[in-house]
Design a protein around this ligand. Structure first.
Ligand code: PMP
Length: 287
């Protein structure tokens, strides 16, 4: 069954949905995005994703073509039209089609933003076998731009990072800048030492993960100790456990970094417990 997608106010079969070749998202990567997961047909942490979207738009002086209330209804309608039980909703807003190519931003009064949303069905998203096996990662230089707190569609280097990981026979890569881990290619990175959860503090160096905020809140509520600071690859290799978080992966254990096994090389109890808590609490709060 072809998907029904949303483009600029219309729900259309995917083959009929089009965007101009002059769209600045296509020509300049001048766009922002969000990914919201769906469990049991409901949206996980929609409020967090909507708030971060508004912030990304504001930071780039980009207008939103819809209100956040309307956006919630569009998400729900796409879940309904595509019968999504477990999966994702991808949302992208770009600075639109000024009808030509020019580095300067177009006047937003004359060039409305482009908005596109589509679903990806992912049966088994919550019961992911990788959660029982864990991920292997390599470290690579973080050569991305300096505003990683804005969720833009400039994903070429993260894609290259995934390819470097694939070539090395592992699952993902962690970015390293000035000797310290920033984050994963598409997730936030954590280590656990002596029961304490350590993850890089928020700044423009990393994306402010919506899953990160929820997981740290749940960890603190469960009386786990959390320290927000940077760590090196060597410290991570000597940690008891490591894990990553993202809206589509939730919490996934990391069992190897640059060929060095962590602990006894299997998913650790803290990551496993946090995944359970995150899934339980998020399902309860889903809308
Ligand atoms: N960092 C980066 C670079 C990401 O691409 C993502 C996923 N979009 C994350 C962190 C995790 O963010 P979230 O939990 O909001 O998905």
């Amino acid at each position: 069954m072809p998907r029904t997608v949303y483009v600029n106010g219309s729900y259309l079969p995917e083959a009929e949905a089009t965007v101009s070749i002059f769209d600045r998202g296509f020509l300049m990567a001048d766009g922002v995005y969000e990914v919201t997961s769906v469990l049991g047909g409901k949206l996980i942490d929609f409020g967090g994703h909507a708030a971060r979207l508004e912030r990304s738009l504001t930071e780039l002086d980009m207008a939103s073509p819809v209100t956040m209330d309307a956006l919630l209804e569009i998400h729900r309608e796409l879940v309904r039209l595509n019968s999504i039980d477990e999966g994702l909703i991808y949302l992208q807003i770009t600075r639109g089609n000024p009808g030509d190519r020019d580095f300067a931003f177009p006047d937003p009064e004359k060039t409305p933003s482009t908005i596109v949303l589509f679903t990806q069905a992912k049966p088994g998203l919550a019961d992911n076998p990788t959660a029982r096996k864990g991920l292997k990662v390599i470290s690579i230089d973080d050569i991305r731009w300096g505003r990683r707190d804005i969720k833009t569609v400039q994903l070429l280097y993260p894609s290259m990072g995934k390819m470097m990981a694939k070539k090395a026979g592992v699952d993902d890569a962690w970015f390293v800048e000035e000797g310290e881990v920033t984050e994963g290619t598409s997730n936030n990175a954590y280590i656990v030492k002596g029961g304490k959860i350590i993850t890089r503090d928020l700044s423009s160096d990393i994306l402010h993960g919506i899953t990160r905020a929820a997981v740290l809140r749940f960890a603190r509520e469960a009386q786990m100790e959390v320290e927000e600071r940077s760590f090196t690859v060597a410290e991570a290799q000597g940690a008891d456990e490591a894990f990553i978080t993202s809206a589509s992966a939730f919490v996934l254990p990391v069992v190897e970094i640059d060929g060095v096994a962590l602990g006894n090389g299997v998913p650790g109890p803290v990551a496993t417990r946090l995944r359970e808590i995150y899934l339980d609490e998020s399902r309860k709060a889903a809308v």
